[in-house]
Design a protein. Sequence first.
Length: 438
Amino acid sequence: MVEVIVISSSMVRPENINQSGHTKIHLSPYDLKLLNFLYPQRGLLFPKPDQETNIIPRLKASLSTALEIYFPFAGRLVKVNNQEDNTVSFYIDCDGSGAKFVHAKADSVSINDLLQPHDSAPGFKRCFFPANDLKSYDGVSEPLLAVQITEMRDGVFISFGYNHMVADGTSFWNFFNTWSKICMNDSSSNIQPLVLKDWFLDGIDYPIHIPVSENVTPSRFEIPTKERVFHFTKKNISDLKAKANGQIGSTTDLKVSSLQAVLAYLWLSIIKHSGLNRDEKTHCIVAADMRRRLNPPLEAECFGNVTHQAMATAAVGEVLDHGLGWAALEINKQVKTLTNENYKTFGENWVKNLMVAPKISGGSRKVDTYLIVTSSPWFEVYENDFGWGKPIAVRAEPGTGFGVSLIVFRGLEEGSIDVDATIPLSLWSDELLNHYMI
Ligand SMILES: *[C@@H]1O[C@H](CO)[C@@H](O)[C@H](O)[C@H]1NC(C)=O
Ligand SMILES: *[C@@H]1O[C@H](CO)[C@@H](O)[C@H](O)[C@H]1NC(C)=O
Ligand SMILES: *[C@@H]1O[C@H](CO)[C@@H](O)[C@H](O)[C@H]1NC(C)=O
Ligand SMILES: CC(=O)N[C@H]1CO[C@H](CO)[C@@H](O)[C@@H]1O
């Protein structure tokens, strides 16, 4: 029996909200399309600090300073009812309300317990995360950022959940990095101020009005899943990449990336053992950072949400017959369609159609055939040292959305990749355990 006991839960506010001065952030189509998304939840496992290192007050104080800089995380989502046209609109009020800070203890749990999957105790890991089941929409009453510090027998787990309408992974990890630096050095000098660049589409009126009927949150459906972490060493990755490019080489000059080769491998392996019919359609959805793809490009540090999704689609039999190189090339081709024009057209169409509810409805077998890839090996995970040592592992809490969730992180050793995979039981096969499994 795992016991995670909450010692305290409080709100950490930015000490000084002068910088934000109640900034109002209007939401773009790229933010609003996330209205029904679960808060992304991630966590880092750290070694246990010395008894004398009183980490809780330090983490709180440095979080308060970090929130001064990254003030949108301390704000709240505001919903405005537009009675005249029976619509609602949303904005983020950077009012300094603060982020939730949970301090918990799980004295009986060791690092290995958390790292090794427990099929016998589903939901075990959830207690280590602070924002279970929260959706972006809930930001009207819930903090936009929640963190949880869980002191374990031989380590500390620092986890967080954030409202995806406020920031994407790139911006989130910049914030996290800043927080750890402030905590380590006890000072916020040398810290860059936030680059908050409003980037709006020409010709779209803000705030965007959303019909009340579209604003309903569909009920969550639970599908039983299994979660496993795949580990690809640098050598595994270069082998997969060489294999994929070798297969492609005979037909085209195009080359796929390491990540595309790894994702194609997982796509192939999962559907191979899934029992899906050969003529069922399967999809691999990959998120990409658009900052440098826009014209003119945004600064790489620009705060906000600038991601877009590419979707490779093929019949199960087609993927299986063609193999690794072909699947990687399909992903590669779709990622290449993520251009400035494509991004803007998406925004314009979104405003015309105002599709807030997910297009893929839950419950049916169909949704299983989506592989959804989030996070990125580019994010600096292992650099975050709060002052008593670097992280030793990273984990995610995917919740139960739909389909197969693949959350990609860089691995602990340079050049390696970890993929936190949550697979519906209906597609699961123990054959998947043969390769690259931690
Ligand atoms: C906020 O700004 C005002 C005027 O610029 C200044 O007087 C005040 O000291 C600042 N507050 C803090 C907490 O820094
Ligand atoms: C911490 O401070 C020291 C000296 O003030 C500096 O050399 C170092 O770069 C700082 N480290 C970080 C992570 O900011
Ligand atoms: C992955 O690489 C490791 C060493 O880097 C090797 O031991 C292992 O066999 C490789 N896995 C596969 C499936 O090739
Ligand atoms: C809520 C929020 O921060 N939205 C931002 C998403 O990213 C774009 C591009 O930087 C900004 O314009 C939005 O303000």
